[in-house]
Design a protein around this ligand. Structure first.
Ligand code: ADP
Ligand code: MG
Length: 381
């Protein structure tokens, strides 16, 4: 589907497809893990029997989302149902964000595939699957012998937010970067943006970058990561037929830090400090979700409270097609944290975004000038 230009405005968002689109929420209930089985845990989170996207906790409280996945659903199922449909949008110029939220050990990293091991098997998560499909689509679209040929430039970046410090995981020695707002766009000056030609190249970088993440061990999960990880793929698409429109779209894949309160992880000392800072980002995220969800979208939204919310400014209430994957444990032992995640996810359902195709303003201007020249030529004839 081609992008049409308005002839009355040179604005970046000159097209009129900026319809409000609510954030969609997928709930994923993972199977019991060994530690829960050893603890004698019982299943406390049940999916509705009729196939509707609902779960009930302790046979008492029921929640409804856009999608509910449980132990019967594979990585492929999650990808096919809620990620695949968004890639067409990404390649036609929209920003797309996928956020994984939940307590430590609930399956965020497994679902996202942030720590890719290089093997494209049934365990591969959202990120490596999406990377492969993006390149498959791009190759098909650039080699098509129809007139609507497209040219794509793909870059990627990988940052970790740890104790309110943004670390460039693609820099040689974990350099920190700053986040700024320039002309209502969020930018990180100096961030390493790697230009990539193939899926293999991107997944190799993903593996290298995730190996450099800060990892702390807590009582809850030996290798739980106490930081947020944000992997971003930027696609610049140029139509090489008559009308030279250029779109730039960003695909943000976010593996958030554990949402549990510090106390449950028996955190102390440094770990405790980490807990406090993680809570700062997630607390700010919760505040943003609350104010956006309560319909006061025209009022003040506190994006500046943390770097996390600044980075996600466009993903929440802004220019992005956004999916939150809320991850929970099925165990009775974790019900308090599970209910907290379910309520958080419930509020995210209320957020309305305004995704638009991101046309390059210079390309738009060139197009309009071409139109004018064409008209003048016709007048001369
Ligand atoms: P988090 O990133 O939220 O801390 P992880 O993704 O590391 O949690 O998952 C914790 C453990 O549970 C890992 O051993 C992971 O392989 C396992 N796990 C998570 N989700 C699933 C699932 N849907 N199916 C099978 N195992 C899972
Ligand atoms: Mg994790």
């Amino acid at each position: 589907e081609g992008v049409t230009m308005s002839t009355t405005s040179l604005n970046t968002n000159a097209n009129s497809d900026g319809e409000a689109d609510t954030v969609s929420v997928a709930l994923r209930v993972r199977p019991l893990v060994r530690s829960e089985i050893e603890r004698g845990c019982q299943i406390a989170v049940q999916r509705a029997g009729d196939g509707s996207p609902q779960v009930t906790v302790n046979r008492a409280e029921t929640f409804t989302y856009n999608y509910v996945f449980d132990t019967a659903d594979s990585q492929q199922d999650i990808y096919d149902d809620c990620v695949h449909p968004k890639l067409k949008k990404l390649l036609s110029g929209y920003n797309v964000t996928i956020l994984a939220y939940g307590q430590t050990g609930s399956g965020k990293t497994y679902t996202m595939g942030t720590s890719f091991n290089g093997i494209m098997d049934e365990n591969a998560g959202v990120i490596p699957r999406a990377i492969h499909e993006i390149f498959k689509e791009i190759d098909a679209m650039s080699s098509s012998d129809t007139t609507s040929k497209s040219k794509f430039v793909v870059t990627c970046s990988f940052v970790e937010l740890y104790q309110e410090q943004l670390i460039d995981l693609f820099s040689p020695n974990r350099s920190t970067v700053d986040v700024r707002e320039v002309k209502s766009r969020i930018v990180m000056p100096g961030l390493t943006e790697l230009q990539v030609q193939s899926a293999k190249e991107v997944t190799d970088y993903l593996m290298k970058g995730s190996a450099g993440r800060a990892v702390g061990s807590t009582a809850m999960n030996e290798s739980s990561s106490r930081s947020h990880a944000i992997f971003t793929i930027t696609v610049v698409a140029s139509q090489t037929d008559g009308r030279d429109s250029v779109t730039t779209s960003k695909f943000n894949l976010v593996d958030l830090a554990g949402s549990e309160r510090a106390s449950k992880t028996l955190a102390s000392g440094d770990r405790f400090k980490e807990g406090v800072n993680i809570n700062k980002g997630l607390l700010a995220l919760g505040n943003v979700i609350n104010s956006l969800g309560s319909g006061q979208a025209s009022g003040f939204i506190a994006y500046r409270q943390s770097k996390l919310t600044r980075l996600l400014q466009d993903s929440l209430g802004g220019n992005s097609i956004t999916l939150m994957i809320a991850c929970v444990s099925p165990a009775d032992y974790n019900v308090a944290e599970t209910l907290s995640t379910l309520r958080y996810a419930d509020r995210a359902l209320q957020i309305k975004n305004r995704p638009v195709v991101n046309l390059d303003p210079h390309a738009a201007e060139v197009n309009q000038l071409k139109d004018i020249i064409q008209k003048l030529r016709m007048d001369l004839l």
